[in-house]
Design a protein around this ligand. Structure first.
Ligand SMILES: C[S@@+](CC[C@H](N)C(=O)[O-])C[C@H]1O[C@@H](n2cnc3c(N)ncnc32)[C@H](O)[C@@H]1O
Length: 328
């Protein structure tokens, strides 16, 4: 990792990945990956079967899943007790380790880290990438299948990132229950689609039933005010695209926006935001329109105008997904 912060260090770690892999072969591996992910999931066997699959995954998806997890962890860190950081971390369905990089970027200390996944090639590449990050060099990369038999050691933090969508309904339930048993804090991230959101809400209900409280993104642990099927709660994270990324994904844009849904629930005495901005703020002449999810289980729109003084400046700088401190 040299002198780079963990967030910047992932990119150089990934950049050497495609060296030696002819561009055509890399492109084919990405196409295969996309086709597999569009196909039937859950599958009976890992989708990431060999080195070119996992290299394609790491180059094509890992920067985006890293940024999504990072955003969710940032929101959790803002709600967690001051100076809290996880003393240990278990990443379930961790693949090439995006969430482990995100945890070490959010709380840059050494801690015991365990990554569980059923795809050996993903674990092998994750281990290899982590060698360049001193905070992760001692991580354990352990082959395990998510299912009723999965046991998770007790830990301060469990992450489950972009995994629930690959599981059967039963396995989804059992992994969330196992995470709630083992983790003081559980952070679950899914794609920001209606289905991803539905899985997050189901998991959120289970975590609350297990005794955890929601720390982010919701301002409360009561029912989500979104009417099922009408809308979905999701956020967006900007991912800058390296030349490696452009090589495997095609296109010339310097960035892309990764949409994700998440829930962070905990047994810690957390302080959720009083309100969360749940849409991109609309900036009009002299006013900013903010769509908020607020504490009394409601969605509301507030208009902040120049009359609000410093609040107006704050609103102009506010971003989708940020906490908002009052309803104005
Ligand atoms: C989309 S990838 C996400 C990887 C990583 N968490 C991330 O955010 O980039 C899904 C991961 O879940 C793993 N997975 C899917 N079903 C599994 C199962 N039944 N048991 C263990 N791992 C599983 C896959 O092997 C893969 O690594």
């Amino acid at each position: 990792m040299n002198d780079l912060a963990p967030a910047e260090a992932l990119r150089p770690a990934l950049s050497g990945l495609l060296d030696g892999l002819p561009p055509k072969q890399a492109a084919q591996a990405v196409d295969r990956l996309i086709a597999n992910y569009r196909g039937r999931t859950p599958t009976d066997a890992p989708v990431l079967r060999d080195r070119s699959d996992v290299v394609a995954y790491a180059a094509y998806r890992m920067p985006a899943t890293f940024e999504a997890v990072r955003s969710a962890l940032d929101a959790f860190a803002a709600a967690a007790p001051e100076d809290w950081s996880p003393g240990s971390h278990v990443d379930i369905g961790g693949g090439t380790g995006a969430a482990t990089w995100a945890v070490s970027a959010t709380w840059p200390q050494r801690r015991p880290v365990t990554v569980l996944d059923w795809a050996e090639p993903a674990l092998a590449l994750g281990r290899e990438l982590a060698e360049s990050n001193p905070l992760l060099s001692a991580a354990r990369w352990q082959r395990s299948r998510i299912g009723a038999a999965l046991t998770i050691e007790s830990t301060d933090l469990v992450t489950i990132s972009y995994v629930l969508g690959e599981l059967t309904e039963d396995d989804r339930r059992s992994v969330v229950d196992a995470a709630a048993d083992a983790g003081e804090t559980v952070v679950i991230i899914e794609p920001g689609t209606p289905d991803g959101y539905a899985r997050v809400i189901e998991a959120r209900d289970r975590l609350i039933a297990a005794g955890l409280r929601v720390a982010a993104p919701c301002p409360h642990s009561a029912a989500c005010p979104i009417e099922p099927g009408k809308d979905w709660c999701h956020f967006s994270s900007r991912v800058s695209r390296s030349s490696l990324h452009r090589r495997v994904k095609g296109g010339t844009l310097a960035y892309e926006d990764e949409k994700f849904s998440y829930v962070a629930a905990t047994r810690l005495p957390a302080t959720p935001a009083p309100a969360r901005i749940v849409r991109r703020p609309q900036i009009r002449k002299g006013q900013v329109l903010l769509d908020l999810c607020v504490r009394d289980e409601a969605l509301t729109r507030t208009t902040v105008t120049k009359r609000h003084g410093p609040r107006y400046k704050e609103a102009r700088n506010a971003e989708w997904g940020d906490a908002w401190s009052s309803q104005d």
